[in-house]
Design a protein around this ligand. Structure first.
Ligand code: HPA
Ligand code: ZN
Length: 321
């Protein structure tokens, strides 16, 4: 399972690490009725036509997350699996709005996840930090409220991100939330150019001040944008298995990773929602290494890019590089 060289995981939604076994365990523990007969029935639904069809299942299964312990168990299970695959640093996304709408309190979510992150170095040998993602298909004012609440409770977040359904939800809708984040010294990232157009990548950079773009593969449709990304070495967190499973690209063979690298972009490899897309970061590395005949040097460069693109502190960076 272990894949060398070690890497940083920068594009990972904690709710997307909820494996079918854990979904069933938590459902039983909490007495949650699920519309699936068993684990195999649930697993058989992990076939997607696009981002929205995945999100429908993603938001449905997370209803098993009810207590602080549930969030802690999910986080610990993820860190254990990530460490086994060679991950040494994680910047973890979470989607508080997806829990708030189900009546789960913000404190339950934050305390459950952060209690495990606080000991991730000692328990798993993985340094970690937390990034709150705003759901772009919900009211932008709600994002501002959630961020204010997180700031008020002094939640241990290092940054903000933007995720969920991309088409028709341009980044500029979230300008206010991102400006508030910047005023509080938080880092800024955003999903853009996954299903949405290259224009959304421009907006993420110029309106939201995003320092890193999640996915960004559709940037290749705009040569001027590619030049900008290359010149400024804006990191792109690319998730090959996710792109294939959500039918953004037809196959790993047709994944634009070689073009992105050829254009001189700062690309690193990540897993997005590994429980749903057939693989953790090591599986993503294995898939591209095999497909594109990458050698040890190519893989070491991609792994190095993950640390370069991270928000890791200087001391830990030196330890890991
Ligand atoms: N894309 C957009 N939003 C998401 C994803 C994704 O792959 N996973 C969880 N939220
Ligand atoms: Zn993502």
């Amino acid at each position: 399972m272990r894949f060398d060289p070690p890497a940083a995981e920068l594009h990972i939604h904690i709710e997307g690490t909820l494996e079918p076994e854990l979904v069933c365990t938590l459902a039983e523990r909490n007495g949650t009725e699920l519309p699936y007969r068993d684990i195999d029935d649930l697993r058989s639904r992990y076939e997607f036509d696009d981002l929205q069809s995945f999100l429908d299942l993603y938001y449905a299964t997370m209803q098993v997350l009810q207590t602080e312990q549930d969030f802690a168990d999910m986080t610990a299970a993820y860190l254990e699996r990530a460490a086994a695959g060679g991950v040494r640093h994680v910047e973890l996304f979470f989607d508080p709005q997806a829990h708030l709408v189900r009546g789960v309190e913000l404190k339950t979510v934050v305390d459950g996840i952060s209690s495990v992150l606080a000991e991730s170095r000692e328990r798993f040998g993985v340094s970690s930090s937390l990034i709150v993602c705003f759901l772009r298909d919900r009211d932008p004012a709600e994002a501002v409220t959630v961020l204010k609440d997180l700031l008020e409770m002094e939640a241990p977040i290092i940054g903000v991100g933007l995720d969920s359904a991309e088409r028709d939800y341009p980044p500029q809708l979230f300008q206010e939330a991102f400006e508030l984040a910047a005023r509080h010294g938080l880092r800024r990232v955003a999903h853009a150019g996954e299903e949405g157009p290259a224009e959304y990548v421009w907006q993420a950079l110029d309106v939201l001040g995003a320092e890193r773009i999640d996915h960004g593969v559709r940037s290749l449709e705009d040569p001027e944008l590619v030049s900008r990304l290359a010149e400024e070495q804006v990191p792109l967190t690319v998730c090959p298995l996710s792109n294939v499973r959500l039918k953004g690209v037809p196959s790993i063979a047709e994944h634009p990773l070689p073009e992105l690298l050829e254009a001189g972009l700062l690309v690193s490899i990540h897993s997005d929602d590994p429980a749903y897309f057939g693989g953790y970061v090591d599986d993503n590395f294995r898939a591209i290494a095999e497909q594109f005949s990458l050698d040890a040097e190519d893989l070491a460069q991609l792994a190095k890019n993950s640390f370069t693109s991270s928000f890791i502190d200087q001391r830990r960076r030196q330890e890991l590089l």
